[in-house]
Design a protein around this ligand. Sequence first.
Ligand code: GLY
Length: 347
Amino acid sequence: MIRRALGTYNIDIGPIETLLASYLHDKDYSQIVLIDDEHTEALCRPKLDLDPSLVITIQPGEQHKSIDTCSIIWRQLIEAQIDRHALVINLGGGVIGDMGGFCASTFKRGIDFIQIPTTLLSQVDASVGGKLGVDLNGIKNIVGLFKDPGAVLIDPGFLETLPVAELRSGYAEIVKHGLIADAQLWKETKTYDLSNINWEDIINRSVAVKQKVVEQDPFERNLRKILNFGHTIGHAVETYYLNGPNHLLHGEAIAIGMICESYLSSRMTTLPESVADEIKSDLLAIYERNDLPDLSVDQLMNLMSNDKKNKSGNINFSLIDRIGSCMWDQVCSLDMIKSSFEFYLAK
Ligand code: GLY
């Protein structure tokens, strides 16, 4: 087992039965509530060896990360008479972790919760750092709060339950951690073979990057913004195609964002153009080029202007000035943003 201490809580990596038993060992919770979804119910819950007082299973998918689903969860907590000394265990990907944590933190003004992330994306990113929330009006995570979990328990064994596309999607956040803060991690992960990875090691090193950043700036006032590299454009692209036939997984959209924002980095920082070219070809070797059908950069700009990182009407970017180093609050012109898509699309 690997243990990382982040503020008031531990991030443990290892077999889930051991991690959960060790977490519960000295606790005295009145009730245990398990929140999962229809995927983790079948594929992951049996591994927990747990007999909760209440199980809430929600439908999987980002479209259910909503206040409506929160109401369903809160009502079930009320009906089961869950008290303030209960524990909520969130078993699932980012949707379950963000929304289950949000529901727990607001129910009766806050009850304990722990995160058991089951997707690669949530293991290396969403579960660490205390961001909780739901989507509203088509805007991701627009309603939420910062609140640390009691623990994050990561079992790389859960990755065996994931489709390869999901695994590759989560991998984008590992690659991002390398690009913004760990050149060696980038070097090792850019040539990849998902079937032959020491996940425990890679997850641990990826979480280490996030931990170091979050420790210094838990509420994203400054440094934590570097975790958004690739996300200003990536989130907008993800939202743009959200409900259509060209729907993209989060990591696929972030890969596009990282290529575009590497171009912006080469225009705005000391990053050489040749390095932006290399990043593009390395990422395209993992994430097949998308033709971005019917893309309207003006509409994308609208989506980007809703980004929580913005200030005073400017669209803010986090840009790398070399591999392993990132700057934040960089304002780019519309023309430059348009050119970044041309850079992405150019063969
Ligand atoms: N996913 C970026 C962050 O947690 O700040």
